[in-house]
Design a protein around this ligand. Structure first.
Ligand SMILES: [Zn+2]
Ligand SMILES: [Zn+2]
Length: 109
């Protein structure tokens, strides 16, 4: 296992849409399962050491045979790109809207 990966499975209130996102239990919960947004809080996965704390907005989705859907993010504040694995209970409707380019994080507020 990658030593840099720190499991950090906590529930949170989504900074974008206000949804209560419960813990994931099988892995780290790192993004909202409704609007898919995340916060730029990690330098290495789960470490919460990043001072940026900007909103990570999904800009694309890749399908990986091993990992499943991988969501690509761009930080609204610093512009850094970031990838997160999709969670089992992510809204598939939202994933599709990212894939077909109709996604807007503002619509989900
Ligand atoms: Zn959300
Ligand atoms: Zn950032």
């Amino acid at each position: 296992m990658d030593k840099k990966f720190k499991k950090n499975d906590t529930s949170f209130i989504c900074a974008n849409c206000g949804e209560f996102v419960s813990t994931l239990n099988y892995s780290s919960r790192d993004h909202c399962n409704k609007c898919l947004c995340s916060l730029h809080v990690d330098i290495n996965p789960g470490d919460r050491q990043n001072e940026c704390k900007g909103l990570l907005i999904p800009i694309g989705v890749d399908y990986n045979a091993k990992k499943g859907y991988v969501i690509q993010y761009k930080c609204e504040k610093c512009g850094q790109l970031h990838n997160n694995k999709s969670a089992e209970d992510d809204s598939f409707k939202t994933i599709l809207s990212v894939m077909n380019g109709t996604y807007s994080n503002k619509q989900l507020k």
